[in-house]
Design a protein around this ligand. Structure first.
Ligand code: AMP
Length: 359
């Protein structure tokens, strides 16, 4: 696979490399960064999705598909290769395209590691990655029958927190599961595969990193926290009414806030990013390529507990379009993940090392 992609990329016209991605999730920062670096963009989308990117004049070429998984069809792949496209994967790729198929059948270079993107879609593999990297992770319960404290119940796939719930006993588990199914937030199929994790008390801190295969350095691009419906609205309702309404919040992501962390936490964030990169090389050579993000909760002892990893750009990177405090410190110019990606590809072209930054 790697050699096939190396061959494809070696045949590309290096003066006309284009940045391609699906028109959703974090495409705004990806396309904006590409344009700022002087690269053309290719927006793959279903009819209607293109309008947002046209509004901001970010889509130079548009490839329409009936379903996003059609990106794997031969004619779409041919067109992408003819356009000398390098695909930047984001969360929509995980959600709508089978990762095993993407790993094996997508014969278009990706700025990212396909194997790690597949690992990301399995909670068990993610956990193994984080744990073997030497990070603190939440306990996982094998059965709901073992619930002996506050737990977080999640379901398969990247679903933006939809239908997740918190319970503290087996009895409450049955009750809330029933309620979530009734509200249409959890399917009966999902209910058979709950992922039950220890609830970590603390605050969410989601660092975004960029790992350059050219400089072999981990960069901290920014940090965000999320705004989730309905859990973040609950504090606006007085407790007696919450109890009366039997509020059972969900965690559907609506947006993200940019964040700066207390300065003494920064060395820990760098350490976490470096450990993840080190472990990623043991899992699948060449390891992480480009953007990645870790979801952590920082507890009151200022310990970072890592509960999810994304082997690609995350939507929170849209908070730092233009700049973030950490890229402001590190660069002499405005920098953000979308632009950093395009810069890496341009550097790789200049150094004749494009095959090092794609799989
Ligand atoms: P996720 O889809 O896994 O990112 O989870 C959605 C949201 O649930 C996160 O943004 C956190 O606010 C919260 N969360 C997830 N796992 C835990 C956990 N183990 N303990 C506490 N909060 C969690």
């Amino acid at each position: 696979m790697v050699s096939k992609i190396s061959k494809i990329v070696s045949e590309y016209d290096k003066r006309k490399i284009r940045i391609a991605t699906i028109g959703s999730h974090s495409a705004l920062t990806i396309f904006k960064g590409a344009k700022e670096e002087g690269l053309e963009t290719v927006c793959i989308c279903t009819p209607g999705q293109e309008k947002l990117y046209q509004r901001y004049k970010l889509a130079d070429k548009i490839i329409f598909v009936d379903r996003l998984a059609d990106i794997l069809k031969n004619d779409v792949q041919d067109e992408l290769r003819e356009l000398n496209s390098i695909i930047i994967p984001h969360g929509t790729f995980n959600a709508y395209i089978d990762q095993r198929e993407m790993e094996e059948k997508l014969m278009v270079p990706i700025h990212g590691n396909r194997t790690l993107m597949r690992w990301e879609t399995s909670r068990e593999l993610q956990r193994r990655w984080l744990k073997n990297a030497g990070l603190k992770v939440p306990r996982v319960y094998n059965s709901y029958k073992d619930i002996d404290g506050l737990v977080f119940v999640k379901f398969p796939g990247a679903r933006g927190g939809k239908g997740y719930f918190i319970v503290d006993s087996v009895q409450a588990y049955h009750k809330k599961m029933h309620d979530m199914i009734k509200r249409g937030l959890v399917t009966k199929e999902d209910a058979k595969k709950p992922y039950i994790q220890e609830y970590i008390f603390g605050v969410n801190v989601y660092p975004h990193y960029y790992y350059s295969a050219l400089s072999r350095e981990v960069e901290l691009m920014g940090v965000d926290k999320r705004y989730e419906s309905s859990v973040d609205g609950i504090s606006r309702i007085p407790v007696p009414e919450q109890l009366e309404q039997k509020v059972n919040p969900s965690f559907t992501i609506v947006g993200n806030f940019p964040m700066t962390v207390r300065e003494s936490l920064l060395p820990d964030l760098y350490d976490l990013g470096e450990k993840i990169v080190r472990e990623s090389k043991r899992i699948a050579e060449p390891g992480v390529l480009g953007a990645f993000c870790v979801e952590t909760i920082v507890n009151e002892n200022l310990e970072l507990v890592a509960f999810e990893i994304s082997a690609r750009i995350v939507a929170g990177c849209n908070t730092e379009m233009g700049s973030s405090p950490y890229t402001y410190l590190a660069y002499k110019e405005p920098m953000y993940t979308g632009k950093r990606i395009a810069r890496e590809i341009k550097n790789a072209i200049r150094q004749r090392k494009l095959d090092l930054v794609v799989t």
